[in-house]
Design a binder for this molecule. Structure first.
Ligand code: NAD
Ligand code: ZN
Length: 358
């Protein structure tokens, strides 16, 4: 039986998009503890990050189409206020995170091997089930991530997507301590975390983005080099030149939401290097790679999609230990539309985290 910890209101605020051009913060009912389906917990969402994915989703930019109306959001940090799952170790009062992967079957080849993001029955926060842009989210228990006590909740929020995604992407790059990694999109939400997880792993980073604010931020976060993609004529030559032997970085983690970053990466990585595709531009974007040199220089291209439950636990632990600190600005729930506008124009450095009760 569900057990509520505190009085649960009948109504809450949620950011609802009825179609690709609408966004309204409006009152909707709260799923009451007695109404919680088995395997679900009601999470009071204190903070949620705003990921560029939310913008792609509500604007209908991808081949994957959201359910409508859409309540997006998948970097939610909150507290369980009711739970209907006697088999779970989680309980009322626990601090938990809501990720992009909301639920998976736990039985297929992918789930069994820790690849639950590619479970063909996975449910997705903000796309196929309502996400963290609501004050009380009826979340699936199976994919909730415990948040370490020592980690501030506003700091935990961006780790639940941006953090785990870049942490996993760096693992998938196979780059090792002492090697070089290029990070297009380095001044954004994912990129600013990629710089720090890379440093934690002993890697040298080449930050690629634009503008003085992002240049300063990436330097502060430990980037070894900076390249402004808007003022650099020959990106391939500029990126290669940074590495001591001029052969280019061992890997590139593409965290840009715009397709242009995918046009040069396979050319500037060194022989034997890996391009990790992470950013998800509009439908129709392509990676360009010269077949002859891809073969003859044994280059690799890999897709990397969020991370497993264990990756999320590890990414949070690394942040809790103080190795990673997201550059966040905390804004009230009502500013979501303005956050989207600034994000679309590339004006945000780091991550905006919404305080849902302000
Ligand atoms: P963001 O808006 O916070 O940051 C993007 C950054 O990219 C900005 O600083 C922008 O200036 C920079 N940029 C734009 N064009 C560029 C270019 N041509 N070269 C280099 N930098 C460029 O976005 P975010 O929240 O960090 O998300 C980034 C992308 O990652 C989005 O497409 C998002 O959907 C995707 N994403 C993928 C996964 C996954 O699992 N693969 C997970 C989360 C987000
Ligand atoms: Zn995300």
């Amino acid at each position: 039986m569900p057990s509520p910890a505190e009085p649960i209101p009948k109504k809450q605020l949620a950011a609802v998009s009825d179609d690709s051009s609408s966004l309204e913060i409006r009152e909707i009912p709260v799923v009451q503890p007695a109404e919680l389906e088995p395997g679900r917990a009601l999470v009071k969402v204190l903070y949620t990050g705003v990921c560029h994915t939310d913008l792609h989703v509500v604007r209908d930019e991808w081949p994957l189409k959201p359910q409508r109306p859409t309540i997006a959001g998948h970097e939610g940090a909150g507290v369980i206020v009711a739970i209907n799952d006697p088999t779970s170790n989680l309980k009322v009062g626990d601090r938990v995170g809501i990720k992009w992967i909301a639920d998976s079957c736990n039985q297929c080849e992918f789930c069994l091997s820790g690849n639950d993001p590619i479970c063909q029955k996975a449910k997705i926060s903000g796309l196929t089930t309502s996400g963290s842009f609501q004050q009380y989210c009826p979340a699936y228990v199976s994919q909730l991530t415990p948040i370490p006590e020592s980690l501030d909740m506003s700091q935990a929020a961006p780790i639940l997507c941006a953090g785990v995604t870049v942490y996993k992407a760096l693992k998938n790059s196979a780059a090792r301590a002492g090697q070089w990694v290029a990070i297009p999109g380095a001044g954004g939400g994912l990129g600013s975390l990629a710089l720090q997880y890379a440093k934690y792993m002993g890697l040298n980073t080449i930050a690629i983005d634009t503008g003085d604010a992002k240049k300063d931020l990436t330097k502060k976060l430990g980037a070894s080099a900076w390249i402004d993609f808007t003022t650099t004529e020959d990106m391939v030559a500029a990126v290669k030149k940074v590495t001591p032997d001029g052969l280019g970085p061992h890997a590139a983690i593409i965290t840009s939401p715009k397709p242009e970053a995918y046009l040069t990466a396979m050319s500037y990585i060194r022989p034997g290097g890996t391009v990790v595709a992470v950013g998800l531009p509009k439908e129709g974007a392509v990676v360009t790679a010269d077949v002859f040199w891809t073969v003859v220089q044994s280059k690799r291209l890999v897709g990397s999609y969020v991370g497993s439950r264990l990756d999320a636990i590890e990414a949070l632990r690394i942040a809790a230990e103080g190795h990673v600190k997201t550059p966040i600005s905390i804004e009230p729930f009502a500013s979501l539309e303005s956050v989207y506008t600034r994000m679309d124009k590339g004006q945000l450095s780091g991550r905006v985290v919404l305080d849902l009760f302000k």
